[in-house]
Ligand binder design. Structure first.
Ligand code: FES
Length: 105
């Protein structure tokens, strides 16, 4: 089983908000998309921008890269628009005892 990384209590991540955590020096963005918790590498596959600083669309579960505007699907990490064309990594989310955790490997 993959190790679980603690993020925060569920009630500390309100809908439409995000939190960045560090995993062995790599940032991971954890997002609340209207109640659905999703985790994705916080580095754009196009030019390395911090995706969590972009515009979150909680209804569509997408994030727009703050540097050149590529839009990523937070469920899959797949870019829906150019200039990015390579997916970013996503991580399974587990809710345990009221805590958000993510599976990392
Ligand atoms: S760095 Fe994200 S689209 Fe260019």
């Amino acid at each position: 089983m993959s190790p679980l990384l603690d993020v925060c209590p569920v009630d500390e991540l309100q809908p439409g908000s995000c939190r960045i955590i560090d995993w062995e020096g790599d940032p991971i963005g954890v997002f609340n998309c209207d109640g659905e918790i999703l985790a994705m590498e916080d580095r754009c596959s196009h030019d390395g921008a911090p995706l969590a600083e972009g515009v979150l669309d909680p209804e569509r579960c997408t994030i727009e890269c703050p540097r050149h505007g590529a839009i990523f699907d937070l469920r899959t990490g797949i870019p829906a628009t150019l200039p990015a064309y390579v997916p970013v990594e996503t991580f399974p989310v587990v809710i345990e005892d009221g805590l958000i955790k993510i599976e990392v490997d």
